[in-house]
Design a protein. Structure first.
Length: 124
């Protein structure tokens, strides 16, 4: 309810809010799973760097990863949980070719995430 009220207050159309809330419920709120740290809540920066979390990455037109298959991506210990393309949620299958405008939902530590983001956007 809090999320839906926030989205409505941000002038997101109610139809879009309802569709998104229904989608998240049908997916059993899997995007929230990466945000619960429980007793491991970090009290210092070093410990915070080691916690895994979700992070969205939007691929712009000139991103290195555009036009490449998921299996080609140099992700190391980062995992792709989902690929959002427009209103679609796609499984990150190895043969899926990425396109400009795709939003990758990445999961991993902050340090590994920064490295993977640089490789996906710039190629190094």
């Amino acid at each position: 309810m809090l999320v839906s009220h926030l989205l409505l207050n941000c002038d997101i159309p109610i139809g879009r809010v309802i569709r998104r809330m229904e989608l998240e419920r049908s997916n059993q709120y899997r995007f929230l799973h990466g945000f619960y740290w429980g007793d491991q809540s970090a009290s210092n920066l070093e410990a915070d760097q080691l916690l895994e979390r979700l992070h969205p990455l939007l691929l712009h037109d000139q991103a290195w990863a555009v036009g490449r298959e998921v299996r080609e991506l140099p992700l190391d210990e980062i995992r792709i949980k989902e690929i959002q393309r427009g209103d679609q949620s796609l499984e990150p299958r190895p043969e899926l070719v990425l396109a400009a405008g795709d939003r990758l939902i990445l999961f991993g530590t902050v340090v590994a995430m920064e490295q993977a983001e640089q490789r996906l956007l710039e190629g190094h």
